[in-house]
Design a protein around this ligand. Structure first.
Ligand code: FES
Length: 162
């Protein structure tokens, strides 16, 4: 789904982003960046056990980036809240683009940034708890790490949080 311009949904999320901010001592933290535009996103997860399931009870983000990066960050936090880890792992860029009723083709990578930050936060959580990491998630993590390293070399001190 692609549009030439930002949809009303994108403008609304950009103007009034949901779940903006950070969580102190998050259970999962993810950071992702895009080497081409230099945009970066941090995502914080709070995870609680309920009826033998791990539920994402709270989520916040901080993003340095374009209007689409802010809007996709906002949407990913909405999509992930209240989900189990397994459900969160299934969220894709298509879910974000669909929620926004489309993005200009040149802005599709902004939705990937949001998914990368989410994947990183889930990866960190699973790793911290010495849990099995799905091969797809590991692959994504390696890609994000490589991207972050390149960004670090190109734009020194880009990290939002250390
Ligand atoms: S222009 Fe790069 S994330 Fe939006």
């Amino acid at each position: 789904m692609s549009n030439t311009f930002y949809t009303e949904e994108t403008i609304e999320h950009f103007r009034h982003p949901h779940n903006f901010g950070e969580i102190k001592s998050p259970d999962g933290y993810g950071e992702a960046g895009n080497i081409i535009c230099g945009d970066i996103m941090s995502l914080y997860l709070k995870i609680r056990e309920s009826k033998n399931k791990e539920i994402i009870s709270d989520v916040k983000f901080r993003t340095y980036g374009c209007a689409a990066a802010i809007a996709t960050s906002s949407v990913v936090t909405d999509l992930v809240k209240g989900k189990t880890i397994e459900e969160a792992l299934k969220i894709s860029k298509n879910n974000i683009v669909k929620t926004l009723k489309g993005l200009p083709p040149i802005k599709i990578h902004c939705s990937i940034l949001a998914i990368d930050a989410l994947s990183e936060a889930l990866f960190q959580y699973l790793k911290k708890h010495k849990r099995k990491i799905p091969p797809e998630l590991k692959k994504k993590h390696e890609h994000v790490e490589k991207e972050k390293k390149s960004i670090d070399e190109r734009y020194r001190h880009w990290q939002l949080r250390k």
